[in-house]
Design a protein around this ligand. Sequence first.
Ligand SMILES: NC(=O)c1ccc[n+]([C@@H]2O[C@H](COP(=O)([O-])OP(=O)(O)OC[C@H]3O[C@@H](n4cnc5c(N)ncnc54)[C@H](O)[C@@H]3O)[C@@H](O)[C@H]2O)c1
Length: 148
Amino acid sequence: MKTVKQLLDEKGRDVWTVTPDSTVFDALKLMADKNIGAVVVTDAKGICGIMSERDYARKVVLHGRSSRTTPVSEIMTERVLVVRPDQTVQECMALMTRKRLRHLPVVEDGELVGIISIGDVVKAILSEQEFMIDQLETYIMGHRITQT
Ligand SMILES: NC(=O)c1ccc[n+]([C@@H]2O[C@H](COP(=O)([O-])OP(=O)(O)OC[C@H]3O[C@@H](n4cnc5c(N)ncnc54)[C@H](O)[C@@H]3O)[C@@H](O)[C@H]2O)c1
């Protein structure tokens, strides 16, 4: 079973972050520039939140607030669920489904070392299943040839 570490080896370990006092507008601009759906919020002590497109839609747009004057700290999710590199991709999928999350920062020894999204997890699980189907097809074909 593929681990978070193996997934990060393939997709890379860059994490785009903002500080709690950044404006929501600047966070959205970074998300648009980098083509990502969430930014991790960090301060001097480490991770202090995560802000996603969903936080913006529900806590800024629906409340009639302005993204140019609202700081990220006012709308970010403060209780951030994280995973370790030695956890499996299947565990992440279960966590994302159960908690309805689309992004999981990866933390090792208290350090932010990556981030995985629901898209990364689905892609990894699909490619694992394709590999298994290929192996089974090869096995079945080999078996047929030996029998004829
Ligand atoms: N085929 C692929 O390789 C692949 C992988 C992931 C996502 N996607 C597609 O992208 C779209 C949106 O994906 P999503 O909902 O999973 O989330 P997303 O748009 O937030 O994630 C897109 C990619 O950016 C990375 N990312 C997200 N936030 C980041 C951050 N703060 N710092 C650094 N990297 C960050 C993710 O790990 C992922 O690889 C979907 O259409 C999905 O199918 C494709």
